[in-house]
Structure formats: C-alpha cells, structure tokens
Design a protein around this ligand. Sequence first.
Ligand SMILES: [Zn+2]
Length: 608
Amino acid sequence: MQRVAHAILSLSVLALWGCYEGGERRLVAGDSFAEFGSESVDTSAGESADSGGSMGPDIGDGSTSGDGSTSGDPSTSGDPSTSGDPSTSGDPSTSGDPSTSGDPSTSGDPSTSGDPSTSGDPSTSGDTGTVPPEDGDRIARDISLTTVSINQAVEVDVGDGNQLIPVSSRNGRIIQDRDALFRARWQVQPGFGTRSLEARLTINVGGTTTKSYLDTRTVSSTGSANPGSYNGTFRWAVDGADIQPGTTFSVGIYEVDDSYATTPLPSPLPRLPSSGSSSLGVDSGNYEVDVVLVPIRWVYGSNDRTPNLNATNVETIRRTIWERNPAATINISVRSQPVLWNNAISLSGILQALSETKNQDNAPNGTYYEGLADFGCFAVNGSSCSNYGTTGLGYVASANSWASDQRASISVWYDPQSSAETLTHELGHNQGMNHAPCGGASGSDPSFPYSGGAIGVYGHKLDSTAIYSPSSTYDYMGYCDPSWISDWSWERIATRNGLFTTAAPLPPRDGILMQGIIDDDGTEHWIRLEGTLPLDAASPDTFVELWGGDDVVTRLPAYEHELGEGDARVIVVQLPEELEDEHALEGITAAVLETSEVRTPLGLDLLP
Ligand SMILES: [Zn+2]
C-alpha cells in the first residue's frame, strides 16, 4: 500500500516549472529515430510527501469570530435540494413581502462576538420592514461614508464616497441571482462623539418592490471601519433574488438620536448616491455550472471500493463549489453507474477513463465530469491517514467545443470537505485556470496579479460570518492554505462559466481522436474518442508521427498541453480516415511526439 501511495502522491509533486528541461525522456530535434526508439522514460521526477496545500482542511475563519459554516443554511438560491433555514424566518427574501420582514441581516449574526464596534444584534434596531422615509434631517453628522462594497465571495467595491464606481472600473462582476453581503465603511471626522448610528441599504428590484435593510451599531469616536471583521463595517445580507440587472440601491448612515436633526447637515452627505438611487450594475449573464459527479469503483486485489456519494456528501461538494464559484446555481448530479477501474492506482489512467465516459455519454459540452475515487485512508497527506490533504488531477481545458471531453477531473475521496475542496480546485483547471503561484504549484499563471498567490481583496463565505484577509488567504488555484478565491480568478472563471449557460450543443464528432496523457513518470495512457480536432486547435510546431517500420506513415498536427498538476501532458490528434479503424493501427510500429524543442518517443504498446 505504501508503494502505491507513493506513486499517487508523486502525481502532485510540486515540480518547479522548467525543471522538466533536459529530462531524460526528451530528445532534441534532429536525433535519429533509432536513437529514441528504445529510449526509456524518465522516472526521476522529484518526489515529496507534499500532496498539495490547496487540498487541506477546511478554511480557517480568518479574523472573524465564529465560523458561519456551522450556522446552517444555505438559503441557496435556485437549489431545490436545500432545506430552508429556520433562522431565516425573518428574511424578506423568503417571504417576498417586506412589510412582514424583520432584519434580513440577522441570519447567523454573531451578536455575542464581543466585537466592540457592535452595538448588539441589529435585529433589535427596530426595523419594521416598511420603507423608511428619506429623512434628510437624520443623516449622520461628522462621519463619512467611504467605501460601499458587495461581496458574493470576493469584495467588489461599488461606491467611493458619494460616487458610484462604474461597472467598467470595478474589480469584479456582480452575479445575478447570487446572494450577496453588502458592506459599508466609514471614517469619523473631528468632533464625532461615540454613539449608535443606523445605516440603511435600500434596494429596489425591477422598479416594483422596495426593501430596506437596517444595521445599527455603535461607532467609536476613535476611527474608521474595520473591513477585516464581519462586524467591523455596516453590513447586510441580501438574497440572490434581489440581485438582478434592474436592481437599484442606495446606502446612507443616519442618526438614531433625533436631537441631531437641528444641527447643520454634513458635507458631503454620508450617502451613496447623494440623493436618489443608483443602478447596482449586475451582470446580465446567466451563470450556472453543470457538474456530474462520477463515482469510481476501484476493484483491484482485495479492494472493492466506491466513494460514498450520499445526499449529505453531495451537498457538501455542491456547497463548496458554490461558495467559491461565480455562479448563481451549481447543478449537481451523480452518475448512476460508477466507472470501473480495475487496475493499479493511476490518476492519469482514471482521468482518461472519465474523458472516455463523457464522450460515450454524449454529455453536453459545458458539463463537467468530476470523478471521485476512494482508495482507502492512505490517500491523504503523508499517508498518515489523518483527516486532511487529498489529491487530484484535471485537464486545463480549452473553452473550445472540441475539448468537451477534457472537462473532466479526478479527485481522491477521503474526508468529504477536503475532497470537495480538491474537486473545486480540479474543476478550476477544467474551467481553464492554471495555478496561482503559491506552494510550488507547477505551471503557475504569470499574469496572476498578487504576490504570494494571495486573494488580493477581502473574501467572504456566503451565509457565514467569515471574512478572509486579502494578504494572508491564498487563491485556491495555488497550493497554500488557508485558501479562497481571488477577484482575479473570479473574473476569469466567470467568463468561462458564462460560455456554457445556454445548452451548448455537442461538438462535431466527425472522426476519431487519439488522446494521450504522458504522466510525470513517463507512463502513457491512450484512449480513442469520437471527435474532431480543428486544425487551428493544434499547438504550433507540434506533431505526432506514426511510423510503420522505417517509414513515416503520417504526421499529424497535435494539441499538447500540461495537465493541472505536476508535469503531466495531454496530447490529442485527429486520426486520418484510413487509420480510424482500430485494426489499422496495428501496422504502426512506432510513434513520436515532436514539438519545436524536442522529439519524444511514445510507447507503442499502449496505443489503442
Ligand atoms: Zn492544480
């Protein structure tokens, strides 16, 4: 078992990008065929026990008191499988009638957290749910409204003082139908005396229903809001149903004590906008992610294991993806038939089997086939069977429809939450993401903007009190913990998610593709897929030569790309018509992968 564990862990070895250069398995262009005909593959890739930090335990709750992940409900928009949260009875989003609502921000409110800036549970602020008058006289004195932001996982600033930040200048998009935490920061001015203030968020959806959300807290004379804490700002949790392209809003800070009404009005007013309301600027895209969980049944030796994908565990996975993805809804299902793997453990081999399964199922282009395999308790960090650190492997998939069958990944099943986070990382590869630069993750994206792979802006787990630090929380596409999503990844994944929201037709499948993975240790896994590789999808100066005896039978343009983890590569070629028949390949005696840099012999015995 130890030997097997070692093999699998080496898949996620964090080999530095570039140390592949000069690897034994590569030959330089110009080497004669005879020289590489017998070349053995390099098995010397470095190995360590590091199984990938991004796959660690549940994310710590940053600077907040009490992790809201235990607060129950999801009140997840659009998911019928989610049971209602008993604590949301006062939530206007569940009643649809603001006149009967209590304070919407009370769900999971840690009013006992001891945060000195908190006056107590805002639900006691006396909000009746009716629309308060625009009481200009009560606008707060000697205080500025500095930043108004919306957080659906990553903080997006929408207001700077009285000024609305236009959509084109924002750091991220607002996703419709997705829950949101609105936050407002302040700065007190000289002469301000510590007292209770009431901040009001007013939202109008589609010009019909106006809802008012109140938050009252004690503001100290000594300073400003603390955005690193859930209770360090004014904040309101708003249901996704109210986050629509036609939504308008305003935010203002008001005196609780009426006696201030007689003093001069401040300038500028602590209100966004100064008067009236502004468009929220919600993106009109329809963001949904379709995930099919594929259980792997592993039958090998005395093992016969299938992961336990019961409703609770599926919900853990759905929720983990949803919390971290720019999407309104994660449509998740479990493939009724497990995929059988009756061989030694090989994540690349299983990954290819998943690709093949998606191809055979004729699953839509935009559907992700996310496999889960239970190999027993060894498959955790350091084989210690402690409850953290699983691993996985996924294609970094192109958005083009020909790559439909690369929207697939495999994650090791152990602790449900750890595995759900691993799966979310592998799904990120399937969504086109390379690694964020942290923890030695291979092939990190050079355009990632934040040093150390940090998330860059405040993160928030919806329906919880968790606020994640911009600098000491790390993008989940790296290998560091604690992890969350950066605004940079948010935008990129949103763009990808937006492509697949209409039922994308199946890609053309006019022929047979040969798809191979060359693993870190040189092992090859080949499959045949029905499909079409467009000529412009091939990588520049990259070919697979098929040889019969001493002759090149054909030289095929090839797509070649790294997989998510380590140095594993995927290669795809379109077989010419005369070689489409399985038996036609029997005459092929050798094959070579040629890039502009090197020629690599391919293992013939594994050709399909
Ligand atoms: Zn990865």
